[in-house]
Ligand binder design. Structure first.
Ligand code: OOB
Length: 541
């Protein structure tokens, strides 16, 4: 494996190969069998194009050759920030074939996050769109182009490139490329983060192909399916669970929604006869209400996955009947483990649990704060290891020592209960993170930004409950001097620092000092209660 990654011990690798989970497959080969067998079959629809498997395959080969001709080499890191445009799918396949390693930034990320990703991955390339949702990403690229080892000529732009290189110009006659090793890293996903900055998650070709296979199987995905990518394909959920790549693996049609809005997604469901999609809970609530209110024909839908944050039992019960399809709860993480409802789970189990681990080789432990197994059915922290769960973050030796047990279990930071049938119920979390409708915000990262404000002496960020988003961000600030910055000022400041909009505090509360625990740590439980009390009272503290 690439230096800086933690391989699975040989004993485990052997076991996963023997069991047939790891089959030496390459992500770059995903569409090849379909392109040969049924070249005219539709693979990808979006951004005004409709490409067959043969067309997608050919474009990926030409792009891989074009990038190689421009000097892109195997194992170079490529920070990819593209929304759901067809270029993203072609680029993924091209990079996988070349053995260059995409580091997936979210479309919502801004200068601060891009800078970090470029640095942490020591990237040599950056790919951005020209514009997306009012943001000119070339302006962003100009601010960060010197970070890592990028430089102007290695910024590629989908669309109007201005002084950069147009992604469309990376085009050459396909030449044979040496295939990457299936056990080597193929892509980097981002952790939701609990510490200062998000960690990079190295996923190998064969572990990610396995990820695609188990999720596609659990969704009973086949060539007759049309998967609508509502959420960013750059995120694990819509990329590979089964997402766009899992759909291509099984010969289905991938439909790209340009934004997650109902205005964009419902007409696509109708026009493309979409059968499967994946949503976060706030979108699922929106779909449920909109399906009743609007006259869109959603009759083609057979399965909707909901995950990324807890989907309450009441909403879950009402969801299927409202949309006339099955619900599948999905509890996943970029680090690997995926739990999902199974097609034959009784409706009440689907409504009240977050499903079961997808692989027979997934190992699960539920432990107390001392690391001892809790009694069956009791809540505790979920630990896991398995054939598609990483053994370490990229270049993060120190953090890995706390994020993983000595015997290789990943500490998820999620509080769960394990039911006798193997289903998990997510009860909360112990990691210092806010889950804002599926968007993850590491408290410490936001606190570090806030502490840079000249009028903030101390601060703490906590979640407050919210009916639609599940949680919102509340920042307690202790001012330096008389006047605490208000929410408008904090928003302006964070935007200026290039922080993604989804991390901006929904509330800013002034505090005289922060409550401390007996050992001197900020007492976030007390702050969470205070935030809850004031939001219930409907006013500021
Ligand atoms: C997905 O992945 P990430 O990496 O953005 O976030 C993982 C974390 C989990 O550790 C958990 O805290 C939370 O998100 N989470 C859920 C959940 N699904 C994810 N919490 C409660 N209920 C759920 N259903 O979010 C992700 C990756 C693949 C598939 C689906 C979601």
């Amino acid at each position: 494996m690439l230096e800086g990654c933690v391989p699975w011990p040989e004993e485990f690798a052997h076991r996963y190969r023997e069991a047939g989970h790891w089959r030496g497959e390459l992500l770059g080969d995903l569409v090849r069998p379909w392109a040969r067998r049924d070249p005219a079959r539709t693979a990808l629809v979006g951004g005004g194009v409709r490409w067959s498997y043969a067309e997608l395959d050919r474009r990926a080969d030409r792009l891989a050759a074009g990038l190689a001709a421009r000097g892109m080499a195997p194992r170079e890191r490529v920070v990819v920030q593209l929304p759901n445009v067809p270029e993203l799918v072609v680029l993924c396949l091209a990079l996988f074939r070349l053995g260059a390693l995409p580091v997936f930034a979210l479309p919502a990320h801004r200068e601060s996050e891009l800078r970090h990703l470029l640095e942490a991955s020591a990237a040599s390339w950056l790919v951005v769109p020209d514009r997306y949702l009012g943001e000119d990403h070339r302006v962003l690229a100009r601010r960060v182009e010197e970070v890592g080892g990028v430089g102007r000529e290695r910024v590629l732009v989908a669309g109007d490139a201005e002084e950069f290189t147009a992604l469309g110009d990376a085009d050459a006659d396909p030449a044979p490329l040496p295939p990457p090793d299936p056990g080597d890293v193929a892509l980097f996903l981002l952790s939701g983060g609990t510490t200062g900055l998000p960690k990079l998650i190295p996923r190998t070709h064969q572990d990610y192909v396995y990820n695609l296979r188990v999720t596609a199987q659990n969704a009973r995905l086949g060539p007759g399916d049309a998967y609508l990518a509502v959420l960013p394909v750059a995120h694990n959920y819509a990329l590979g669970c089964p997402g766009a790549l899992g759909t291509l693996h099984t010969g289905g049609k991938v439909v790209l929604a340009p934004t997650p809005s109902i205005d964009d997604t419902f007409p696509l469901v109708e026009r493309e006869r979409v059968t499967v999609t994946g949503l976060v809970p706030p979108l699922a609530l929106l779909w449920k209400d909109a399906a009743a209110a609007l006259s869109a024909d959603l009759s083609s839908l057979r399965l909707v996955q909901v995950g990324g944050a807890k989907f309450g039992a009441e909403a879950a019960r009402a969801f299927g009947p409202a949309l006339g399809c099955s619900l599948q709860q999905s509890f996943g993480m970029a680090e690997g483990l995926l739990c999902q409802s199974a097609p034959d789970d009784p409706p009440e189990v689907v409504a009240t649990t977050q499903g079961r681990p997808l692989s027979p080789a997934d190992e699960i432990r539920v432990v107390d704060s001392r690391g001892a197994d809790v009694a069956p059915g009791e809540p505790g922290e979920l630990l896991t290891r398995g054939p598609y769960t990483i053994r370490g973050y990229y270049r993060a030796e120190e953090h890995n020592a706390v994020a993983f047990t000595p015997d290789g279990f990943f500490r998820t930071g999620d509080l769960v209960r394990l039911l006798p049938g193997g289903h998990l119920v997510v009860e909360g979390r112990i990691k210092d993170q806010i889950n804002r409708g599926g968007d993850k915000i590491a408290a410490e990262e936001l606190e570090n930004h806030l502490l840079a404000h000249p009028r903030i002496h101390d601060c703490a960020v906590v979640a407050t409950p919210d009916a639609l988003l599940g949680e919102r961000v509340c920042a307690f600030v202790v001012p330096r001097g008389e006047h605490a910055p208000d929410r408008a000022e904090v928003t302006r400041f964070l935007r200026e620092r290039g922080v993604a909009a989804f991390k901006l505090p929904d509330r800013v509360e002034r505090a005289g000092s922060l409550p401390r625990t007996a050992v001197g740590k900020v007492d976030k439980n007390t702050l969470r209660s205070a935030a809850r009390r004031t939001s219930e009272a409907g006013g500021a503290a």
